[in-house]
Design a protein around this ligand. Structure first.
Ligand code: NAP
Length: 263
């Protein structure tokens, strides 16, 4: 299938590692011009080189962007526009909020999570829309969590804020479809990245067992019998963000090996 991504201007946020990096890798493999961002210049430089080397596509740039900073988001979008004249695809992503239950979080923690996991998406969407509207075409894909469908134990901030991304995305799909802009939300479930390993490590510490034991117990809950690989998750992101997706918008989909039981 031709994904029609050759030469397209793609931004992948929070992409120095994990799901963002894997998505950027697949966009580069498809011949897109990929701008990656995160907070660490050093990690971004390494990741950009790795993507170039692995895909043979040298059209990979990076810019430091803390998704909590409005100015950084503006600068990131401006860099893509200066480089490519427009933005065809925006992959919204951010670091995960801390684990915990209701009594663990004060106003400051809630505000932090709102800025990290919801306001950042609102800001980046606002920044790219003028370019997408002008060309009457665009794709926005939000990386959220399986908590868009089913609450996760001990992840109250995620359970509260990720459904907000799905709601935002559904509403925007109605407003943006006349301009041929597709927006969708993808929820990863147990895709093996540093984030998941860190959550496993915390759980192991709390329960006084080994990380391997936690990993094996959590994998028993997944009908597929294993954690997902970032590269297989990225394929879904790339399809939803590609020119092959001409009619799917406003959807919330989990990529989780069958973990979520909700419809
Ligand atoms: N993996 C899963 O199965 C899973 C499940 C549910 C939800 N999620 C969510 O999916 C998202 C990506 O997860 P992941 O597994 O890829 O995590 P990860 O491996 O920990 O990677 C997180 C990425 O986010 C960047 N980042 C963190 N804070 C940032 C900030 N303020 N501004 C810009 N970039 C920032 C990090 O780079 P720097 O440190 O360089 O900034 C890194 O590149 C997270 O929100 C996570 O909670 C993942």
């Amino acid at each position: 299938m031709d994904l029609k991504l050759k030469g397209k201007s793609v931004i992948v946020m929070a992409a120095s590692k994990g799901l963002g990096k894997a998505s950027a890798m697949e966009f580069a493999r498809e011949g897109a011009r990929v701008l990656i961002s995160s907070r660490s210049e050093e990690e971004l430089a390494k990741t950009a080189e790795e993507i170039k080397k692995e895909t043979g596509n040298n059209q990979v740039e990076y810019i430091v962007c803390d998704v909590k900073k409005a100015e950084d988001i503006q600068n990131m979008v401006q860099k893509a526009v200066d480089w490519n004249g427009t933005v065809d695809v925006l992959i919204n992503n951010a670091g995960g909020p801390p684990a915990g239950t209701f009594e663990d979080f004060d106003d400051e923690a809630w505000q932090h999570a709102f800025e990290l996991n919801l306001l950042s998406f609102i800001r980046s969407i606002r920044a790219v829309l003028p370019y997408m509207k002008k060309q009457k075409k665009g794709h926005i894909v939000n990386i959220a969590s399986s908590s868009i469908k089913q609450s996760l134990n001990n992840l109250l901030l995620s359970n509260t804020l990720r459904p907000g991304i799905a709601g935002l995305s559904k509403s925007l799909s109605q407003e943006l479809a006349p301009d041929n802009i597709m927006i969708n939300t993808i929820g990863p479930g147990r895709i093996e990245t540093d984030r998941i390993m860190e959550l496993n490590r915390k759980k192991a510490e709390e329960q006084g067992v080994s990380v391997d034991q936690i990993k094996s117990l959590t994998e028993q809950e997944i009908p597929a019998g294993r954690s997902g690989d970032p590269a297989e998750f990225a394929k879904t992101i790339v399809f939803f963000g590609s020119g092959a997706n001409t009619y799917i918008t406003g959807q919330s989909l989990v990529v989780d090996g069958g973990l979520v039981k909700a419809l």
